[in-house]
Design a protein around this ligand. Sequence first.
Ligand code: UN1
Length: 513
Amino acid sequence: MGSASKEYEFLSEIGLTSHNLGSYVGGKWQGNGPVVSTLNPANNQPIAEVVEASLDDYETGMKACEEAAKIWMQVPAPKRGDIVRQIGDALRSKLDYLGRLLSLEMGKILAEGIGEVQEVIDMCDFAVGLSRQLNGSVIPSERPNHMMLEMWNPLGIVGVITAFNFPCAVLGWNACIALVCGNCVVCVVVATNGEVLLPFVFGLIVIMNTYGSTGKVGLMVQQTVSARSGKTLLELSGNNAIIVMDDADIQLAARSVLFAAVGTAGQRCTTCRRLLLHESVYDKVLEQLITSYKQVKIGDPLEKGTLLGPLHTPESKKNFEKGIEVIKSQASTTIVFYALLSNQELLKEFNKPSQLSTKNTLLLLQGGKILTGGKAVEGEGNFVEPTIIEISSDAAVVKEELFAPVLYALKFKSFEEAVAINNSVPQGLSSSIFTRKPENIFKWIGPMGSDCGIVNVNIPTNGAEIGGAFGGEKATGGGREAGSDSWKQYMRRSTCTINYGNELPLAQGINFG
Ligand code: UN1
């Protein structure tokens, strides 16, 4: 059976049809749950149907997984690495089709769809090498004829819950590592509306990757898993800033902001949402950005030249419109407040801003001014304009993550002020500074600098490589995925002390009996 539309014919190359079973259980595809249609966000027309898993499918799957886990954890790690290498090879051979599927379903442009699949291939390569380096250590013992070792063993079953925006890469970050570490992996892609069926919260470790309001889902999952002493690794929302200092390369900064704020239609956890500009470059950077924003080609993500595809759902488009309304209503709050003052007082306030009372100043500054964009695109599809808003860092709306291509422009006077604004939001995922001064660079990455998990210099907030540990602090959840030593979170550490003598000396010199 082929897919309904001609443009979807390529789906047969990756084993998909117009009607698909949605769960892979015990080595075969099945599905006895509700039938859902996956929609093309460029026109909201159905692409194909998927039969979701029922609770029975889930139970059968988990039983099969428990059995498999007993075998898999005993397979030598480099042999597990070889299986992951084969997964990487399979993905390589279908890279373009899979990238196209991601682009079609999620709405990101083709280059980014292919990039996401490439990210998993890179993870497979990384994990193959890692499978020969899950090293423990030998620790000197204070007792004669004793040896201390640190051993790393698999956890068992790892559950991965991913969001719609990076369903493939995030699975790769976690599954590739978890597999070479000797775990079986169960994956659930969160429904677009952020719903996760709690019975699907399983395993010894659960990795969450969510955004915006679904951060609340993340916390609910964390509490549920903690209640049974399970382990969670969370990567929740971000509210990432780019700081442009007075000595920055403006061209480099402007190009970076365009990718960071407009790329993936602002639907990355790493999207730049706050642009902090030194007062001396404020007008120049904004002028350049506004010109570029006006040239951004909005359209079908699969079409050549498109830079901005649709948001994922009609709901996301509504959220964008609601967000813009909130910004506007904050502006009108200011006007209403000032309208309560007498004409004379009002004139005084506006003519001599230095005399504004703190309370009035705050209200005045909260009003957001749309510099470009600000509207949803009429017609079919979930398209919106890339938007820049001039606003104060005190405005409540700046602290929230609006999952759309909306960028807040903020002005600062000193490095210290910029860092304080960067750190003033609840989230702590990614951050970036544009500067040439070593002093700024080292302060930025040091203890008094950015409080985020990702701290960049002269590059965008998004587009991280897989070799580093990915994740963030504060409301972002504290988890780290992908590279570096993230693997340790997918294993349990055993501290082993071995007495190979015939005496029983006790630690701390204790003499007992
Ligand atoms: C996400 O948005 O959840 O750094 C992941 C990046 C990508 C991953 C984003 N490598 O932007």
